[in-house]
Design a protein around this ligand. Structure first.
Ligand code: TXE
Length: 487
């Protein structure tokens, strides 16, 4: 059985307690993980606080910080096959996806490495003759980066990259489900040569570890990815310390197909949009909104593609859909699909767990036209597509926006003017037109409504990890004339 350690203040250690991690493809225990409890969390935050204010890190030039991040990027790239295998083993995410995604994670670190010495303050054209006034961008402080199981290296890179570029120090909390890749990543942080305490990596359970971290008075900013109810808890926890938060909370993203679209291409994008990562993706295009005149044709295409998907061991390069990460997640999906069928949704394909070992669930399409189906409303975080049809563009917009979420959306049409109208009317942080699921370190990413607040990716994300200090310098040698007049 493999044994993993947590990383605090530059030291690898076993943690206050231990827990077992299950292989989602078999349901068997495959590794032992360190469980951080309140005492470990406290030490991790204190190590990050110390590293923020003293030692090598605050004395380092931004360019030198950038060099460390470049080195980390190279190490991630060189170790991508090992990291990918660990993520696949521990979370069930297929090796085809983890290999490609982790290789790209290196580019996220490179992007932020290049930004470190481009974070600039401003010189102000102040309205007083004898003053020079300028702003400095200083690190916001200790950052708590909390991630869920679905893409831990990617979701931590979009937090760690900008936080380190800005000069912050970080405590990363890996999910208790599938933490292996992040715990292994800590070895690369160490090898890259970051000063002790700048990056700390722990894992543990929400009520003990996550709660202790988000309540800790030493934390200045919490960057969280997870579910909306946990996010509400995180915000409540931050009330005493007044830590700022950025929240990325998944969605129920509309995938809108007009009759004039290239249907074959749209069907491939829809398959990727909902079945990639076994549907455990925050941007999953889980609501297909299809023009009525092509609904049957499009569903035939989708059904054929869904039924041809190769389900198998996530470690097999040929596998296209693997298991869900946890049994809890599969139970959640089974419950909502059963309630949806009960409510009148028609099964186009799937709608059941795969017999045998592991947490597998069949790629599923539910026709929800004219039905109030729970699958249309709830984020299932699994391979389940709900289908609704429309007659007019206005109806398509109304269906697209009929959700408390607002992370991503897809519009498939060859009509340019209509594409522009849809871009303006859809309430979501991302609109993909004739494509789906494209991401880049250069492009901001984040949601509206219950999908969260704040943006990850891009230059603005690095600025979010800074706070502004305003400096006033009086240039006159004359004595201050009247002490009772504010100047
Ligand atoms: O996530 P949680 P869960 C959605 C998805 C899924 C549902 C629940 O619909 O079915 O959320 O998933 C830590 N203080 N998404 O329960 O609980 C926890 O340990 C601080 C969407 O697995 O939100 C883990 O590290 N932290 C999504 C992280 O929060 C706490 C990704 C996420 O766990 C905590 C995941 C607490 N009180 C789920 N309680 C997306 N945006 O992609 C838990 N945590």
């Amino acid at each position: 059985m493999q044994r993993f350690q947590q990383y605090i203040d530059g030291v690898f250690e076993d943690g206050s307690a231990r827990f077992d991690s299950l292989d989602p493809a078999t349901g068997d225990v495959w590794a032992s993980m360190p469980e951080a409890r309140e005492e470990d969390v406290d030490r991790a935050v204190k190590a990050a606080e110390k590293a923020l204010w003293s030692g090598a890190w605050p004395a380092m030039t931004a360019t030198a910080r950038g060099k460390l991040l470049y080195r980390l990027a190279d190490l991630v790239q060189a170790n991508a096959p090992t990291l990918a295998e660990l993520e696949t083993q521990d979370t069930g995410k297929i090796i085809r996806e983890t290999s490609a995604q982790i290789a790209y994670v290196a580019d996220y670190y490179r992007y932020y490495a290049g930004l470190t010495d481009k974070i600039e303050g401003a010189t102000l054209a102040i309205d007083k003759a004898d003053m020079d006034v300028w702003t400095r961008r200083e690190p916001v402080g200790v950052v708590a980066a909390i991630v869920p199981w679905n893409s831990q290296l990617f979701l931590s890179a979009v937090k760690l990259g900008p936080a380190l570029a800005a000069g912050c120090t970080v405590v990363v909390k890996a999910s208790e489900d599938g933490p292996a890749p992040l715990l292994e990543f800590a070895r690369l942080v160490h090898e890259a040569g970051f000063p002790n305490g700048v990056v700390n990596v722990i894992t543990g359970f929400g009520p003990s570890c996550g709660s202790a971290l988000t309540r800790h008075p030493g934390v200045a900013h919490i960057a969280f990815t997870g579910g909306p109810s946990t996010a509400a808890q995180v915000v409540r926890n931050s009330a005493e310390s007044l830590a700022t938060t950025s929240l990325e909370l998944g969605g129920k993203s509309p995938f809108i197909v007009f009759a004039d679209a290239d249907l074959e291409s749209a069907a491939n994008a829809q398959v990727a949009g909902i079945f990639a990562a076994t549907g455990q993706s925050c941007v999953a295009g889980s609501r297909l909104i299809i023009e009525a005149s092509v609904k049957d044709r499009f569903l035939d295409l989708l059904k054929a593609k869904a039924e041809a998907i190769r389900i198998g061991s996530p470690l097999d390069m040929r596998t296209e859909v693997g298991p869900l990460c946890t049994l809890r997640q599969r139970d959640h999906i089974e419950k909502i699909v059963a309630a949806s069928i009960e409510a009148g949704a028609k099964v186009v394909t799937g709608a059941k767990a795969v017999d045998g070992e592991g947490f597998y669930y069949l790629p599923t399409i539910l026709d929800c036209d004219g039905v109030t189906s729970p699958s249309v409303e709830a984020e299932l975080f699994g391979p389940v597509l709900s289908v609704m049809s429309f007659e007019t563009e206005d109806q398509a917009v109304q269906l697209a926006n009929d959700t408390r979420y607002g992370l991503a959306s897809g519009v498939f049409t060859r009509n340019l003017a209509r594409a522009h109208r849809m871009i303006r009317k859809i309430r979501a942080g991302i609109v993909w037109v004739n494509t789906y699921r494209a991401v880049s370190p250069i492009a901001p990413f984040g949601g509206y409504g219950q999908s969260g607040q704040g943006r990850e990716g891009g230059m603005a994300a690095a600025l979010d990890y800074t706070r502004t200090k305003t400096v006033w310098l009086r240039t006159s040698d004359d004595p201050i004339p009247d002490p009772f007049v504010m100047r």
